[in-house]
Design a protein around this ligand. Structure first.
Ligand SMILES: Nc1ncnc2c1ncn2[C@@H]1O[C@H](COP(=O)(O)OP(=O)(O)OP(=O)(O)O)[C@@H](O)[C@H]1O
Ligand SMILES: [Mg+2]
Length: 399
């Protein structure tokens, strides 16, 4: 059976639409990719709806032209400072004959979901982390004997208004929304290895407007958050520090910026640039170094608990456009004393689009992978119809 699938990543600097088909035997095949510069989005939020709509429209149109059909519905990535996350537990006594039934699972979930959420926030994702039966961890308690069931879930919330600003635009383009996906979850899907997810790993997607963080441990999400600082702040520092306009600063950053100036590059008086627009190379690198270090420190501060080494022994995976800055992994390793690597998204089958094999497209690729997984039977909620219905009610508000 074939099913169409699509995802749109609306970033601060670019919009990326990926369209494809999901075949029950051969998996995903990408048929169209559309990348367009993003306008009207600031720190991952809609700042100018008209401009944002144009950018999204252009990205969709490009993907449609390549795929040869119209986009009807898509999964949409969401992120931003308004997102919240927490782990919550629900414990219930097993009634009946002491055998766990769907009803007990539902009651335990209800208890876990009974948390205090800001009025303007709504639940976006509920991801089961673990189940315990009489204190013993089990994979799937349904049908097992016990007297007390505990369920732990990771709950992700989003501001209703921020999400609706985005969904309004998509709907205005006649594209219906299959579901909303938190971007750090998507990025994690595209770049993390299974072993890392089991051991405990932090992924930081340093994009244009936001740094999206997720900690994955024991194979499931443990922590997620969004820091409103990323590549555009680095560029802004260069604007101020070197007296350049934004576009030139952006170009200088990408073309010459490095955190590991070596050999002749390290010469203090060296200038870079052309057409009379030269800047001092070491000043450029020092300014970038300072802001990158700050972003890394903010990532460290965001790690819950005291012992990062215990929580994330597999270390840190950096992705997003800023992961392209030469030397960023070394800087992060020095500051965190953890292993750090750069995460490039896995290659999708179908039309070959080289641009996607860049850390900047971790979220875009991850969105389609995540949605594919959720169309399958990867988690307990989707496997059990009753729960899916229940969750649907909880999440319906966003659709
Ligand atoms: N080689 C490079 N050196 C320095 N910075 C780079 C390089 N390549 C990309 N970047 C920066 O990466 C940023 C864009 O990253 P990305 O495409 O992941 O962001 P986005 O998805 O549009 O935004 P966000 O996810 O924050 O909303 C820009 O600030 C860009 O300057
Ligand atoms: Mg992004």
């Amino acid at each position: 059976m074939k099913k169409k699938i699509a995802a749109i990543d609306i970033g601060t600097t670019k919009v990326c639409t990926i369209m494809g088909v999901l075949d029950s035997t051969s998996g995903l095949r990408v048929l169209g990719v559309g990348i367009a510069p993003s306008h009207g989005i600031e720190k991952a939020l809609v700042a100018d709806a008209t401009k944002a709509k144009e950018s999204i429209k252009e990205s969709i149109r490009k993907a449609e032209v390549m795929a040869g059909y119209k986009l009807d519905s898509a999964y949409i990535g969401v992120t931003g400072r308004h997102m919240g996350s927490t782990n919550s537990k629900g414990t219930v006594a097993i009634t009946g004959a002491g055998v766990v039934r769907d009803e007990d699972m539902k009651r335990a979930l209800n208890v876990a979901l009974n948390i205090k959420i800001n009025e303007e926030q709504k639940i976006l994702h509920v991801i089961p982390r673990s189940y315990r039966l009489d204190g013993q961890e089990v994979k799937n308690p349904v049908g097992m004997n016990g007297s007390e069931l505990e369920i732990e879930v990771h709950i992700i919330t989003a501001s209703t208004a921020s999400v609706q600003n985005l969904t309004g635009i998509i709907k205005g383009l006649n594209v219906s929304i299959e579901d909303l996906i938190l971007e750090p979850l998507a990025s994690a899907e595209a770049v993390l290895a299974e072993e890392e997810k089991l051991a405990g790993v932090l992924i930081a997607d340093i994009g244009g407007g936001t740094t999206d963080i997720a900690i994955v441990k024991d194979g499931s999400i443990y922590h997620s958050s969004v820091i409103p600082a990323a590549g555009q702040q680095i560029t802004n520092d260069l604007v101020v520090g070197l007296g350049l306009n934004f576009d030139l600063a952006e170009e200088m950053k990408k073309r010459y910026g490095t955190l590991v100036p070596t050999g002749e590059n390290a010469d203090q008086d060296r200038t870079v640039g052309e057409n009379g627009k030269n800047v001092n190379f070491s000043a450029l690198c020092e300014i970038m170094q300072a802001r990158v270090e700050e972003i890394i420190r903010l990532i460290i501060l965001d790690i819950p608990g005291e012992r990062a080494g215990g929580l994330i022994p597999a270390g840190i995976v950096l992705t997003g456009g800023c992961a392209n800055i030469p030397g960023i992994a070394q800087v992060a390793e020095k500051l965190t004393r953890l292993p750090v690597r750069i995460g490039t998204p896995i290659t999708l089958s179908g039309v070959s689009i080289d641009a996607l094999s860049d850390p900047a497209y971790a979220t875009s690729v991850g969105l389609i992978l995540y949605s594919m997984k959720n169309k399958g039977t990867s988690n307990w909620f989707t496997k059990r119809k009753g729960f899916m219905g229940f969750l649907d009610q909880v999440l319906a508000i966003f659709r």
